[in-house]
Design a protein around this ligand. Structure first.
Ligand code: C2E
Ligand code: CA
Ligand code: CA
Length: 410
């Protein structure tokens, strides 16, 4: 086999679907010019499905027009998704960004990956940029062997047996890049599954009544770590996640204050990030607890702001000191005409309410630069540092001091 042949095998197989034959030719040529050699074209959804039914290599990437007579792009992609298609999709349309965003959401429930959406005709550069996001299925889905939630008994047992551990993710000041603190993120060290992430057990704990014990464990461990940092001369804050369920317990505030005092730390260095993962019955209990926590000088953050139940109503009714903008409004905002104004608006809102604005999910230099321009206060995300064991923090701090200079030079 020639070298070229091998390369061609490693290249993604691309299927272009568009009813406009002029467009189809134009975009096929464009893709070939970009160096993609496995490109096939179909004039509509039906034709594409027939081709696929006839066998041959399944496409890795489908570039699909939305507006087509007969079977439209949405129906075609939903059919693909229903047939367990796991490849990637680029949407093409002249319908404008709002529609494209909605369609992207509509399709994100299945296993196919939407790489992005472009207005027709898609400029070559933009097409190439989206193509670069493609990863072969085998590596893009490093499927953890078990993805299912843990059983309630496994969660209680982990808490009882002290098989929990914390990782810490740094938060930095956006004016200077200086370290301001860490968010504590809990994991279970499971006898069979290894390290299990919170998306597999926090919800379970909330539903099965063990969240109170989980949160107490986390707070105790996190303020213990805070006291050790203080002893080492590091004046960092620590943030701990608490659920709305926790706030319904009448003794939560007094218990938390005691835990911090016993560790020899100060509540002013502790931020409680409040998330409400599902609707709560209207009750005054969380409000009462939050007021007590403020009176005890804890800092209170509204987590995942902009999603689910973290809404303007909560901001109006509850005494938060920090607004933590969900990563869905942060990463990629610089190039998205819809989420960018939402990000900037949220930062402005925080400022006008006298709150600290924190952005999570900062992954790229573009994300960081936009936040600095928008005068957001603090940033957290993979660009700065991943969550890590406390033992790894000194090495991260050294490394950050070097990178920080370059990132915050201007
Ligand atoms: P969260 O509070 O929004 O925490 C941030 C999550 O985003 C963490 O996932 C973190 O690893 C991830 N992350 C950080 N930087 C980036 C980034 O740049 N890009 C992306 N895509 N993700 C980033 P993790 O540790 O899996 O935690 C997931 C969620 O579990 C947390 O979301 C939080 O709601 C919950 N959780 C974690 N620890 C606790 C806890 O001790 N108690 C409670 N009640 N919930 C917790
Ligand atoms: Ca959080
Ligand atoms: Ca969050």
């Amino acid at each position: 086999m020639t070298t070229e042949g091998v390369e061609a095998d490693l290249q993604p197989a691309i299927l272009l679907v568009d009813d406009d034959s002029f467009m189809l030719d134009l975009q096929t040529r464009m893709l070939r010019d970009l160096g993609f050699r496995n490109v096939v074209a179909a004039g509509n959804g039906r034709q594409a499905l027939e081709r696929l039914a006839a066998g041959g290599r399944a496409p890795d990437i489908i570039v699909c027009d939305l507006n087509m007579p007969g079977m439209d792009g949405i129906e075609f992609l939903k059919t693909m998704s229903a047939h367990a298609f796991e490849g990637s999709v680029i949407l093409l349309s002249s319908e404008g960004v709002r529609i494209m965003n909605t369609v992207q959401k509509l399709l994100s429930g299945g296993r196919l990956v939407v790489l992005g959406a472009l207005e027709k005709p898609a400029p070559s550069e933009a097409l190439r940029a989206l193509m670069q996001r493609w990863k072969p299925v085998a590596t893009s889905r490093l499927a953890r062997p078990e993805q299912l939630p843990l059983a309630p008994e496994e969660v209680s047992e982990a808490i009882r047996a002290d098989r929990l551990l914390l990782h810490y993710q740094p938060k930095v000041d956006l004016r200077t890049g200086a370290l301001v603190g860490f968010e504590a993120l809990v994991r279970i060290d499971h006898p069979r599954h290894g390290i299990v992430f919170p998306d597999r057990f926090v919800d379970v704990a909330e539903r099965s009544g063990s969240i109170g014990r989980l949160t107490r464990w986390v707070l105790h461990a996190a303020v213990g770590q805070l006291a050790r940092w203080n002893a080492e001369g590091l004046a960092a804050h620590v943030a701990v996640n608490v659920s709305m369920e926790d706030l319904c317990a009448p003794d939560f505030a007094s218990g938390a204050a005691r835990t911090v005092r016993d560790a020899g730390a100060s509540p002013t260095a502790v931020t409680l990030e409040v998330t409400e993962s599902r609707a709560m019955s209207a009750s005054m209990a969380p409000l009462e607890t939050l007021v007590r926590l403020r009176l005890a000088r804890f800092r209170l953050s509204i987590d995942d702001f902009g999603t689910g139940h973290s809404s303007l109503a909560q901001l109006r009714d509850l005494p938060f000191t920090e607004l933590k903008i969900d990563r869905g409004f942060v990463h990629g905002a610089h190039s998205n005409q819809i989420i960018r104004p939402m990000l900037e608006g949220s930062i402005g809102l925080a400022k006008r309410l006298g709150m600290t604005a924190v952005a999570e999910g900062v992954e790229t230099v573009e994300d960081l630069d936009l936040l600095r321009d928008s005068e957001c206060d603090f940033a957290q995300g993979y660009l700065v540092g991943r969550p890590m064991a406390a033992a790894a923090l000194p090495a991260w701090r050294k490394e950050w001091e070097l990178r920080r200079e370059a990132l915050f030079a201007s």
